[in-house]
Design a protein around this ligand. Structure first.
Ligand code: AMP
Length: 474
């Protein structure tokens, strides 16, 4: 989580972060593997990127603002020597674009250097931070991960695993962590298991292998590593010169709360998340959607790219042909120069172009993964109608988004979530669709082959697995 500095000392939680972590142990090309692992996970964060490597008990650091491909040059990767490294991609919004917030964060503790890369949000970070400040902690950045470093620094032990076993139970919320010290690499996942974290092995060609840890398995595919298993909720795994070790994070076993939104939108479709192919679960969401919400139409068109697997599922289940009625320009940077004359729908048109050859005179089912503010959908429908579609039936492959995420996905506040403020028919009218339907929570859970008790679907059903009073008050 990031904090925005408002009114001097008064710190309030800002928009949340979406991040990727990566770590490798025992690999002669550790930094290069980390670079590739971050490259494959660019979708989880585009604001900044960083790598810390371990060489001769010293940490070597390179971090910067921007995309992985821009932050690291050949010379940086050459400088990041050593057989172990960790890396992080970060996305955040308001107020948190400080250089210091770029992860991995580093500190020197009793036993030497520690670097940490974190995906997820600690929901009690504000209270922890205030408490640490009264004890004299000097914070340099505005992110929750820094709390963990201060907590570790206060434990009089030089055993990082022991320190983590004492500090982690005090964190409430989501953390998938990778840490590097001067003699080990540690990975930890919170007892709820909100965010994914996977363990793999990369063959080194001489019969040996290196250990790799990542947010998503797509990172393993790129570097030729094999998935061994998920790091379990509440598990600490570490690697040192004696190999792999594991322990439980002490404390009560919480209910599991795997983020269903990873499957709806966030993760790459070619990843296995929570032991399940994201591509297959998205197709099943589309199938369930078609079963629950039939419509007479000529073609099924996805909102590219996020709606494609669900649209395939919808088409397969309904028997309505799948067509690419909207083409996406993949080469959009973060900024573009606006034309001097204002052009209607320019913002979305630079990214999405409707094909009138496909859409003209057709009754179109448009499938997207989620509907948040409704503004994108409104623009897309306008484009589809301008390309000559006769009818537009909007289908959303997830339930109405009615609550913000406190655990690491960037969602706007309740006041901006259209489904939290308006009825189905008001939303349909706002986006100007002939009909609108969402997938039910039960349909979504069937698609992820899940038990509701194992998943967090709070952004859809309001059932937050941790207390949220303090967050709502801040
Ligand atoms: P809108 O309804 O205008 O807010 O936009 C919905 C679109 O945003 C959908 O097509 C989703 O693919 C995409 N989307 C949903 N959640 C997020 C998120 N947390 N960050 C970025 N894009 C998102």
């Amino acid at each position: 989580m990031s904090f925005t500095e408002a009114d001097g000392e008064n710190i309030s939680p800002g928009f949340h972060e979406e991040c990727a972590v990566f770590g490798v142990w025992g690999d002669p090309e550790a930094a290069r593997m980390t670079y590739l692992g971050l490259y494959a996970q660019q979708h989880r964060g585009q604001e900044s990127s960083g790598i810390v490597s371990l060489h001769d008990k010293q940490h070597i650091v390179h971090k910067g603002m921007g995309l992985v491909g821009d932050v690291f040059q050949e010379s940086d990767l050459n400088r990041l020597s050593g057989a172990a490294a960790i890396g992080h991609n970060r996305y955040s919004t308001t107020g948190a674009s400080l250089q210091y917030n770029i992860q991995p964060l580093s500190a020197h503790l009793l036993n030497g250097p520690v670097a940490v890369a974190h995906n997820g949000n600690i929901v009690n970070a504000h209270d922890l931070r205030e408490e640490l400040k009264t004890q004299g902690a000097i914070f340099q950045g505005t992110n929750d991960t820094e709390c963990l470093l201060h907590m570790l620094a206060r434990i009089p032990s030089n055993d990082i695993v022991g320190c983590l076993k004492e500090a982690l139970p005090k964190l409430v919320g989501a953390y998938s962590l990778v840490l590097l010290t001067d003699d080990r690499l540690v990975a930890a996942r919170d007892p709820y298991g909100f965010r994914p974290l996977v363990l793999g092995r990369r063959p080194l060609g001489d019969g040996s292998f290196s250990w790799v840890v990542a947010s998503e398995t797509c990172a393993f595919d790129l570097i030729g590593a094999k998935l061994v298993r998920e790091i379990e909720p509440g598990e600490l795994v570490w690697f040192d010169q004696n190999g792999e070790h594991r322990e439980r994070i002490p404390g009560d076993t919480k209910r599991m709360a795997k983020c269903v939104f990873e499957h709806v939108y966030f993760a790459r479709p070619d990843s296995q998340v929570f032991g399940l192919s994201v591509y297959e679960s998205r197709k099943r969401m589309g199938e369930m959607l078609a079963r629950e919400n039939k419509v007479d139409a000529d073609i099924v068109v996805p909102v590219p790219d996020s709606g494609v697997p669900a649209a395939l599922g919808y088409s397969r289940e309904s028997g309505i042909p799948f067509e690419l009625g909207i083409i996406r320009n993949h080469y959009i940077g973060r900024t573009f120069i606006q034309p001097s004359q204002s052009i209607r729908s320019f913002g979305v048109k630079i990214k999405l172009n409707p094909q009138s050859e496909v859409l003209k005179g057709k009754r179109v089912v448009v499938v997207d993964d989620s509907l948040v503010r409704g503004t994108t959908s409104q623009k897309i429908i306008r484009l589809i109608r301008s390309a000559g579609a006769k009818e537009v039936h909007f289908r959303i492959a997830s339930p109405p988004t009615t609550g913000p995420c406190y655990y690491g996905v960037d969602t706007p506040g309740k006041s901006q979530l259209i489904a939290a403020q308006h009825t189905l028919d008001e939303i349909r009218e706002f986006i100007d669709a002939d009909s609108l339907a969402y997938l039910t929570t039960q349909g979504m859970m069937q698609a992820v082959r899940g038990d509701e008790k194992e998943f967090c679907a709070a952004c859809f059903d309001g059932k937050y697995p941790t207390p949220t009073d303090a967050l709502a008050a801040q």
